[in-house]
Design a protein around this ligand. Structure first.
Ligand SMILES: [Zn+2]
Length: 322
């Protein structure tokens, strides 16, 4: 009986793998450093070794496994299982990741965008359980996202759906790494909200946050939140500005998709309910149209770093388990 999938979350620093059961529980997992300097073949060798070790350590054989799902940074050619390019790991240019993993493990494999995998993970086992439609937004360096419609990942016609961080929110706005101007993530990700505060300080704004930047040489979203709670004017303005932009993004998602829930994850979501979710909800209600009540719930993600592995396993079920 094929009762398990393996989910692999390929990152620039770590390769995280898990044996996942039919009810989306992680039965066993492991984490290895990504041998980024060794080229793609070295990376694939670690992925395959860890996957096979998970089987052996759990006393399972190939006949117990539906397949391997791989969540990877991109851009990707999902249909052909190919990594088109990967900014953080050199050498992955038009690399057939899916087929290489499959050849080394002798198991069917499927490739998925890492943000989509995380969204599917939260949908199956975290903040999106028991609903139909959901969007995951992860607040980190940028704003990652994935969309679930009618209980399935929505990938779009060209595998580029769910790039909510690159919704345009300001004409002539901040230049984004993607080449557009005014992308949402430039206003509300953890990295860019801190960058906004630094620019204001460099332009002469003083206060507690400015002092902290002087002392530490750098500040992040946690510093901004701490100084905000201590009453620093720039920190309050910076935090609220980011949450207002994020709330506008959430309202746009409601108008477009009408989801049951928008799930907020990533490092910045660790600020928690009182500091992040509650003020975000307040801005969301304020910005939301008034012609009908607010239905969509905003909630925090529940799975943390496990979402990617569980979702990658979910993609393998979707492809090979039915
Ligand atoms: Zn962009």
């Amino acid at each position: 009986m094929r009762d398990y999938c393996i989910g692999i979350d390929l990152g620039g620093t770590f390769i995280k793998s898990a044996l996942v059961s039919r009810d989306w529980q992680i039965v066993r997992d492991k984490q290895s450093p990504t041998p980024a300097g060794g080229g793609p073949d070295a990376v694939v060798a670690v992925m395959a070794r860890d996957a096979l070790e998970l089987l052996a350590e759990q006393g399972l054989s190939h006949g117990d496994i539906v397949g391997i799902g791989i969540g990877s940074p991109g851009p990707l050619d999902l249909k052909n299982g190919i990594v088109v390019g990967m900014p953080n790991i050199p050498g992955f240019t038009m690399y057939p990741l899916r087929d290489r993993v499959s050849a080394l493990t002798k198991l069917p494999a499927v490739l998925e965008n890492d943000a989509n995998a995380a969204a599917l993970g939260e949908f199956l086992a975290g903040g999106g359980r028991d609903i139909e439609n959901m969007v995951l937004l992860t607040l980190g360096t940028g704003v990652g996202s994935g969309i679930i419609i009618n209980r399935r990942l929505y990938r779009g016609s060209f595998s580029q759906a769910g790039e909510v961080g690159h919704l345009l929110v300001e004409p002539e706005g901040e230049l984004c790494g993607c080449g557009q101007r005014g992308c949402l993530e430039r206003y509300c990700s953890a990295t860019y909200l801190a960058q906004y505060a630094v620019r204001r300080i460099e332009a002469g704004q003083d206060g507690m946050l400015a002092q902290r930047l002087k002392a530490k040489g750098t500040i992040n979203s946690i510093d901004v939140n701490e100084c905000r709670k201590a009453g620093d004017a720039l920190a309050i303005e910076t935090w609220n500005r980011a949450l207002r932009f994020l709330a506008m993004g959430c309202v746009s998602l409601c108008r477009l998709l009408d989801p049951d829930r928008i799930v907020i994850g990533g490092g910045m979501a660790k600020a928690g309910v009182a500091d992040l979710l509650d003020p975000l909800k307040a801005f969301f209600v304020e910005e939301h149209w008034k012609v009908a009540p607010v239905h969509t719930e905003l909630v925090l993600a529940e799975l943390g770093n496990n979402a990617g592995m569980i979702g990658a396993a979910g993609v393998a079920w979707e492809k090979h388990g039915q």
